[in-house]
Design a protein. Structure first.
Length: 338
């Protein structure tokens, strides 16, 4: 099977996420979970799976996704595989996974699963994978209004399954003879939690870590690094360098400015064929795919370079928003601008 091509690539919490949902791609008719998690999510469960060597042009997260499609991962179904480069999303958040070995327990049925691809060497590559997993976990917790006490290990759910008692962190790290997972993160679980907490705090504080210098990058999209015009410590300088059709991104991949000379409220846009439509500025899940003529609801750039669109010019700016906004579309899918 050839290397997979994602249906959509977005930036979520500073991590490049390639969406390839098994609910849309199941050519081998592998068994799939069927229980809805919509409105039931209570946390994020972290796992480790072993590092693998891959061919040029791909990453371990893609290859694990491909192995799942090929039915080589037995009955494991997770929401995300994460490596040192990116994440691949396999399941929508609205669908439960098979990952916690607790049957119909809360691990499988009510948490989003992240498989962090690492090795026992704990080298620079492993640490980058772990960092991406921490960023992704924080973004997911933030998305669902959850705090650090809703971050779980695979072992937590095994201990709950086996009738053990204790605090969340005691159950997260307590020995279980069936499996200790995430094997490579558990030895420093407290430090990993601190890292996740630091990413949860990011965006709620204007204070940057002294050792980290904020750079603003000017690109067409966060994922398109080759389009970068420059990186600036000054936001004002980045704005000055931002040409029409480009945006300024912060260090986490969030849009902080888009060249406003191009997009205005009520502007007609021709959206290219098979364009992903999102329900929010941050979600990685595609609601559906669209094309045709739409109008910019307010002309304001949101996160990930997305704009709110609507179907008629008279709907622009009209409230309630939910009644008139069709959804969010990344500006780089706009064709001819009216």
């Amino acid at each position: 099977m050839t290397i997979l091509r994602p249906d959509a690539t977005t930036t979520f919490g500073g991590v490049t996420v390639n969406e390839y949902l098994l609910t849309k791609h199941n050519p081998n008719h592998i068994d799939m979970p069927s229980v809805s998690m919509a409105g039931k999510i209570i946390g994020v469960t972290v796992h480790n799976t072993d590092w693998i060597t891959v061919a040029s042009g791909t990453t371990p997260a893609e290859q694990y996704t491909r192995a799942t499609v090929n039915n080589n991962m037995k009955d494991v179904r997770v929401h995300y595989y994460v490596d040192n480069v990116c994440a691949w999303q396999n399941l929508p958040h609205s669908l439960s996974g098979w990952h916690a070995a607790d049957g119909s327990g809360n691990g499988n049925r009510r948490t989003i699963a992240i498989e962090c691809i690492m090795s026992s060497a704990y080298n620079s590559t492993d640490k980058k994978s772990e960092d991406n997993a921490a960023k992704l976990a924080a973004a997911l917790l933030k998305q669902y209004g959850l705090d650090i006490n809703h971050l779980y290990t695979h072992t937590h759910w095994l201990n709950v399954r086996d009738g053990r008692n204790g605090t969340i962190d005691q159950l997260n790290t307590m020995y279980n003879r069936y499996k200790m997972c995430p094997a490579y993160i558990l030895p420093h679980w407290a430090e990993f939690k601190k890292k996740v907490q630091s990413y949860l705090n990011a965006g709620t504080s204007t204070i940057s870590a002294p050792s980290t210098k904020q750079l603003y990058r000017v690109r067409k999209s966060w994922a398109d690094a080759k389009s970068q015009l420059g990186a600036y410590s000054s936001l004002e300088n980045a704005k000055k360098a931002c040409k029409a059709g480009y945006s300024v991104f912060d260090a986490n991949g969030n849009v902080v400015y888009t060249n406003g000379s191009k997009f205005t409220k009520g502007q007609k846009v021709a959206i290219r064929a098979n364009t992903p439509l999102f329900a929010s500025a941050e979600t990685t899940s595609v609601t559906r795919r669209i094309s045709g003529t739409y109008y910019l609801y307010d002309g304001i750039a949101c996160k990930n370079g997305r704009y709110r669109i609507t179907t008629k010019p008279e709907f622009c700016g009209k409230t309630p928003v939910g009644q008139y906004v069709t959804g969010y579309v990344s500006w780089d899918n706009f064709g001819v601008i009216g």
